[in-house]
Structure formats: C-alpha cells, structure tokens
Design a protein around this ligand. Structure first.
Ligand SMILES: Nc1ncnc2c1ncn2[C@@H]1O[C@H](COP(=O)(O)OP(=O)(O)O)[C@@H](O)[C@H]1O
Ligand SMILES: Cc1ncc(COP(=O)(O)OP(=O)(O)O)c(N)n1
Length: 275
C-alpha cells in the first residue's frame, strides 16, 4: 500500500488560545472545526472551560496559570506555529499570562478575537479586565475582530450608525491593533443585510456585506471568522485576502444549517469548500 508523506509546510500549524465550550458550537471547538476544514493543523492552549448547551452557558472555570504556562512551553518546544488566535481569556490575570507567553515565544502573527460577551448575553470576560485587554492585548493584534458590543466596550463609545463603527475601528487602530474587522449589528429581525467594517494597516478601508440570514444557528460565528483569518495568514495569504476568505467561509457556514441542538445551534463548518 502506498503511504503519502506530507511535508511539514503542507499543513501549517495554527494555534488557538481559547476556552472550551462543551456544546461544540463555539470557543476552541469552533476554532478547531475551522482549522480542520481549512486544512491547517490545529494546536490549542486551553484557558478556560464553559459548561453549556444550545440553551445557554451554565458554569465556567479558568485553568490554573501554571498549567497554561506549561501548555505554551510544550508547544514552543516542539511545534512551529505560523499564526495564532485568542478567544475567551476570562479575566485580567489570564490576559497578562497570555501576553507574557506570547512575547516569550515566536508564534507568528496574532488574531485577537476580544471575546467579552456571547450574542446571547453571557459575560465571558470580567469587566475589570477591559483595561488590561485594551492596554496589553490589543497592541499585539495583527488583526482584531470585535463584534458590535465589543467595539463599544473597547472604544468606550456608543455605536448608533456606520460612522460610529468607523470611528470605533480607528480608535482600536490607535490603541495598537494593526488591522481591524469591526463586525456590524445583526440582532434586528427586520434587517436584510449584515455589514462589517474593515480597516487595514495601510489605511485602506472597506465594508464587507452579506445578506442577513434569519436563523437561530449562529453560535461561534465570531470564533470561526477569527480562526479562519489565522488559518489563512498561516498559509501565507495576505491580510486583506485572509479577511475576505474568512467572511465568505462564515457566510457559507451560516447559510447551510445543520440540525444540532434544540435552541441556538452551531454553524456548518463542512459547507464551505476547503482549499
Ligand atoms: N444572521 C446572520 N446572517 C448573516 N451573517 C451573520 C449573521 N450573524 C452573524 N453573521 C456574520 O458572522 C460574522 C461574525 O460576527 P458576529 O456574530 O457579530 O461575531 P460574534 O460571534 O463575535 O458575536 C460577521 O461577519 C457577521 O456579519
Ligand atoms: C468558550 C467560549 N468562547 C467563546 C464563545 C463565544 O464565541 P463567539 O463566536 O465570539 O460568539 P457567539 O457567536 O457564540 O456568540 C463561547 N460561547 N464560548
């Protein structure tokens, strides 16, 4: 029988630094589904765990910092990570720990998904940690991907219209994030379109729009978008193209629902064509 031997550079190694979500729809599980279908090798530093299902999140714990240090050290000692992303970091001490480890080792460009609150209202980051996120993690971001609520919190302003979202994106860039994907509002059942504002390091900016899909199956959209951007960066795709690919990837996954869970379900990571 012929055995295929894959060279290391055929499967770029990508790392998620995130929380586990037991229902598989979001968090680290969504990141790893995305890495798998985008044909990159997924490595994970688990920071926290939430217990939940499609009805909601019911408990949450953070892992010990010593254990997280060991995860980073073991990965750095053996793997060549080409890009990474962050997800749920729970509190200030965890953010500081991740920042310290990221500075100590070479894990490539970092996509920061500044997870603060799920779209169903569960807080995944303590309010006292917002300043640490702004000061320490945002400046490390090659790309930052806040949702509407996270842009309001990080930029410390109310967002009422497109102009406000643009202002918030510029504020995040002034805080040190190189490239910003500021995701637009999508909780209005009358809306027909979703719009994300992209501000690149070069100063170029544009809107990414797509039709609004009326569905309860949109858990993990933000995780999957940021994971796909990280996967593309690891493959060598330029930032603008990585963002465009990720938007199409998530859009296709939203529009091809799978019947999993009884209430708020996952997106379909199998639906987009993998490259
Ligand atoms: N109902 C929907 N229809 C179409 N696109 C959506 C829908 N919900 C989210 N998206 C898209 O999914 C991506 C992730 O955004 P969002 O859900 O705001 O992130 P988060 O999961 O961090 O809250 C964005 O590009 C957004 O436009
Ligand atoms: C452990 C964990 N991390 C992150 C999330 C939220 O994921 P995200 O994709 O940012 O938001 P939703 O689309 O799920 O609201 C989570 N639920 N669990």
């Amino acid at each position: 029988m012929k055995r295929d031997v894959f060279m290391a550079n055929e499967y770029p190694q990508v790392m998620t630094i995130a929380g586990s979500d037991s229902d598989g729809s979001a968090g680290m599980q969504a990141d790893l589904h995305t890495f798998f279908t985008r044909k990159v090798y997924g490595i994970s530093v688990m920071t926290a765990c939430v217990a939940g299902n499609s009805y909601g999140i019911h408990a949450s714990i953070s892992l010990p910092l010593d254990f997280i240090n060991q995860e980073f050290a073991d990965i750095a000692a053996d793997f060549k990570v080409k890009a990474a992303k962050t997800g749920m970091l729970a509190d200030s001490s965890l953010i500081k720990n991740v920042v310290q480890n990221y500075k100590e080792y070479d894990f490539g460009p970092l996509v920061v998904d500044p997870v603060i609150m799920t779209k169903h209202g569960n807080m995944l980051l303590e309010e006292s940690a917002f300043e640490t996120l702004r000061e320490l993690l945002v400046p490390l971001a090659t790309v930052i991907t806040p949702n509407f609520y996270e842009s309001e919190k990080l930029a410390d302003m109310k967002i009422n219209n497109d102009d406000d979202l643009v202002t918030a994106a510029h504020k995040l860039q002034q805080m040190g994030a190189k490239n910003v994907v500021a995701k637009g509002y999508h909780q209005d059942s009358n809306q027909t379109e979703v719009r994300d504002f992209v501000l690149l390091e070069s100063g170029k900016s544009f809107w990414l729009s797509a039709p609004y899909h009326h569905t309860t199956h949109i858990n993990g959209t933000g995780d999957s978008l940021s994971a796909c951007i990280a996967a593309e960066i690891a493959k060598g795709t330029d930032i603008e193209q990585a963002i465009r690919i990720a938007k199409n990837y998530v859009n296709t996954a939203i529009w091809n629902e799978i019947a999993v869970g009884h209430k708020f379900g996952p997106i379909n990571h199998w639906a987009p064509k993998s490259e």
